[in-house]
Structures are given as structure tokens and as C-alpha cells.
Design a protein around this ligand. Sequence first.
Ligand SMILES: *[C@@H]1O[C@H](CO)[C@@H](O)[C@H](O)[C@H]1NC(C)=O
Ligand SMILES: *[C@@H]1O[C@H](CO)[C@@H](O)[C@H](O)[C@H]1NC(C)=O
Ligand SMILES: *[C@@H]1O[C@H](CO)[C@@H](O)[C@H](O)[C@H]1NC(C)=O
Ligand SMILES: *[C@@H]1O[C@H](CO)[C@@H](O)[C@H](O)[C@H]1NC(C)=O
Ligand SMILES: *[C@@H]1O[C@H](CO)[C@@H](O)[C@H](O)[C@H]1NC(C)=O
Length: 265
Amino acid sequence: MKSTAYLVLYYFFTLKVINSSSLNSPSKGRIVGGFEVEKNDYQYKVALIHFNGQYFCSGAIVDVRVVLTAAHCMQEVFSQTGIFAILGSNDIVNYDENYQKIRSQNWTMHENYTRSIHYDIAVIKLEASIIFNGYISILPLYSFNDTLDKYNVTDCGWGIDETSQISPVLRCMNAVVLSNAQCSSVYGNTIGPNFICAQGENGSRTCSGDSGSVLVFKDRRSVYVGVGVLSFGPSDCRAAPVVFTRVSKYYDWITERIQIFINSP
Ligand SMILES: *[C@@H]1O[C@H](CO)[C@@H](O)[C@H](O)[C@H]1NC(C)=O
Ligand SMILES: *[C@@H]1O[C@H](CO)[C@@H](O)[C@H](O)[C@H]1NC(C)=O
Ligand SMILES: *[C@@H]1O[C@H](CO)[C@@H](O)[C@H](O)[C@H]1NC(C)=O
Ligand SMILES: *[C@@H]1O[C@H](CO)[C@@H](O)[C@H](O)[C@H]1NC(C)=O
Ligand SMILES: *[C@@H]1O[C@H](CO)[C@@H](O)[C@H](O)[C@H]1NC(C)=O
């Protein structure tokens, strides 16, 4: 059984090591074994970049002015207005034609987040409203309490590669939701109901730099629905399940925060 010593949060610069004492080499690699996608697919995807243009995490559009991401992505960002969201572009070096770049105005991490794996969720308020087009749209979030075991899901991101460079182009992987019991047998007993685990198909996997990316499935109407926010995985990025904050468990928190943002100046 693997211990929590193998876990790192897939943050871009400083990999957040849960227990550094017996960590092997830190995680490297982009979504491995994944695939590139059409420009108008995954219209909810967001790249989060620093003022200097450096990519650091992913997120998803959940309201006309709100982006969902992981709390550990935001913990090193000191100014509320200190980042940009890039929307509508698969390429984050040479932005696609229909991209929008909007500065953050504010954000909130979950109030119980303490730099551990728990409550790893945050929302960002943008300084201006998003203009929706055929490349940019809102991701509906899953609010029901079913576990979604065995669901076919997809995760996309711009995680770093072996030379610590970002992948300039969005990459996605297909995965299957594991039961929390199966996931716990890999990670130890840390994987409670507030998490959702997914195992990439054919050895594909997410890795450092993919943090905050939102796990989705396609519902009966072929609409993507968000079910998880990428939080952590094995430090060596081997083909093991990766662990997401379970959106349905935080659905009320997210919708309340969106309301607070909407009602604030
Ligand atoms: C940021 O949002 C929170 C509510 O989530 C609010 O209490 C706070 O005043 C806001 N800060 C700014 C600078 O707008
Ligand atoms: C935060 O943690 C406390 C203590 O564990 C718990 O009672 C509370 O419900 C949590 N808050 C949220 C919003 O989940
Ligand atoms: C989901 O909620 C229903 C009704 O509240 C409950 O009966 C059921 O046990 C819950 N399922 C899970 C997996 O928590
Ligand atoms: C997942 O996809 C596979 C084929 O890739 C299919 O056989 C299976 O039925 C799908 N599972 C669900 C729950 O939709
Ligand atoms: C997995 O690999 C097999 C064999 O290479 C291939 O036939 C199959 O299409 C792949 N599945 C996915 C989801 O990429």
C-alpha cells in the first residue's frame, strides 16, 4: 500500500509535498498519453497566468465572472488582482483568435483550507464579464450525491513536460472514475467522500501543472458537466489514479460564493 508520502499537489512552481521525508523525485510531465482537441471543444477551460505571462494552473468558467480552481493554486498569489484568466484558447503561447484575457478582481479559497489535501477549492472573481462566443461558455457543475463510479470522464490541462516547460497546447485525457474504496487502496485511507478519483485510460495521466483543471463527463444531452477539481496525484506521475476535490460536495459552497461575488461591487 502506498503511503501519503507519495502525494504531491500538482502545483506548478513549488510542488506541495504532503510529507517530504520520503519523497522520491518531484512530479514532472504534462498530461501523458493524452490527446489534443478542437478549438471549440472544452469551452469552459481557463488557463491561469501570472502578470509576467507565466502559466501556473487551470480552472473552469462557472459563472459570467467566476472561475473555479484549486485552493493550492492560489495560496502563493498575494494580490487579489494579481493574475489573469485566459479563456477560449487551447494555445497559451500564441493565443487562438477568439481568446479573452481578463484580470482577477478577487478570490476566495475555502475557509477550511489549510494547505493540506482537504478543502482544496477556490473561486476567482474576474474584473469584467466574460463575453460568451462559440469558443467560451460556462461549465455546469454536478450537484447530485451519486458517486459516479465507472463513469467515463475527461481532464484537460497544460501541465509541464520533462524539461519543466509548459505544454503550450491544451491536452486532454480520457479516464474512468474509481470508487473511493479502490482509490483508498492505492493511497491509504486519506480518500474520503469529499474526493473523486480517476484513472487515465491506456496509461494516460495528469501531472504537475494540471492543478485546478476540472474533471468532466458528458451528460445525456452531450453537455459537459464538472465533477472534480484536480488536487493531487503520485509524485512520480506514474499511471496511478489522480485525486480531485469532489464538486458535488462543495456545490453549495461554490454557488454561495458566486452569489456573494455577484452581489459585491
Ligand atoms: C472579496 O470577496 C469577499 C467575499 O468572498 C469579500 O468579503 C471581500 O470584501 C472581497 N474583497 C475585495 C477587495 O473586493
Ligand atoms: C469547516 O470545518 C468545520 C470543522 O471541521 C466544519 O464544522 C465546517 O462545516 C466546515 N465548513 C464547511 C463550509 O465545510
Ligand atoms: C444520496 O442521497 C439520498 C437521499 O438523500 C440517500 O438516500 C443516498 O444514500 C445518498 N447516496 C449517497 C451515495 O450518498
Ligand atoms: C465508457 O466508454 C466505454 C468505451 O470507451 C464504453 O464501453 C462504456 O460503456 C462507457 N461507460 C459508461 C458508464 O458510459
Ligand atoms: C487504448 O489502446 C488500445 C490499443 O493501443 C487502442 O485500441 C484503444 O483505442 C486505446 N483507447 C483509448 C481510449 O485511447
